[in-house]
Design a protein around this ligand. Structure first.
Ligand code: FES
Length: 176
C-alpha cells in the first residue's frame, strides 16, 4: 500500500480554468480530476497505465492520468474530455464518434477521443497506419474497433471542414 504524504496545495489549469486543490502530492491526477473537480470524462480502468481509459491532454499530448502524481504537473495545461467542446459546439472528433456510432459500452470512449484529438492536433491528415498507431494502446473490450477507426477517419474530414470554414470566416482587416 502506498504511504500517504502530508497534503499540500496545488494550482492547476484545467480546461482553461485556474483551480487550487489540496491533495497528497503522490495522488494520481485522475483521482483529483474525478473526485475533487467532478470531471468524470477520464475513467478509471486498470490504474496501471495500460488501458487508456483515463487519458487526458497535458500541453496537447495524450497522457494517462492514473500514472501521473499531482505534484508532477505544476504549470501545465490540462484538458479533459469536458474541455473539448460542449453540447452546442462539439469538437469535430466528438461529432464524428456520434455520427459513426463509435461506442458500445462507452467506457473506452474518453481515451479513444482524447488520443484522436492529440493525433489530429499534431497531424491533421493522418494515414490509416497513423490512426491505428495512435490508438494502439487504447483498449476496447467490446470490439468496437471498426466503428472507432471509421469515427477517426470521419473526424479528419470534419476537422478539415471546420478549419476551412474558420479560415474563410476571417475578414481581412481592410474590409473590417
Ligand atoms: Fe489509466 Fe488504465 S486507468 S491506463
Amino acid at each position: 500500500m502506498t504511504k500517504m504524504s502530508v497534503p499540500s496545495l496545488f494550482s492547476l489549469k484545467v480546461n482553461g480554468r485556474n483551480v487550487v486543490v489540496e491533495a497528497d502530492p503522490k495522488a494520481p491526477l485522475l483521482y483529483i480530476l474525478r473526485n475533487d473537480l467532478a470531471l468524470n470524462g477520464p475513467k478509471y480502468g486498470c490504474g496501471l497505465g495500460e488501458c487508456g481509459a483515463c487519458c487526458i491532454l497535458i500541453d496537447g499530448r495524450a497522457v494517462r492520468s492514473c500514472m501521473i502524481p499531482i505534484a508532477a504537473i505544476a504549470k501545465r495545461e490540462i484538458t479533459t474530455l469536458e474541455g473539448l467542446g460542449d453540447e452546442e459546439h462539439l469538437h469535430p472528433v466528438q461529432q464524428a464518434f456520434i455520427e459513426e456510432s463509435g461506442a458500445q459500452c462507452g467506457y473506452c470512449l474518453n481515451g479513444m477521443i482524447i488520443s484522436a484529438v492529440a493525433l489530429l492536433d499534431r497531424n491533421p491528415d493522418p494515414q490509416e497506419t497513423d490512426i491505428r498507431e495512435a490508438l494502439r494502446h487504447n483498449l476496447c473490450r467490446c470490439g468496437t474497433h471498426i466503428e472507432i477507426l471509421a469515427a477517426v477517419r470521419k473526424a479528419v474530414v470534419l476537422s478539415k471542414a471546420a478549419s476551412s470554414a474558420s479560415a474563410h470566416s476571417v475578414v481581412p482587416e481592410t474590409q473590417a
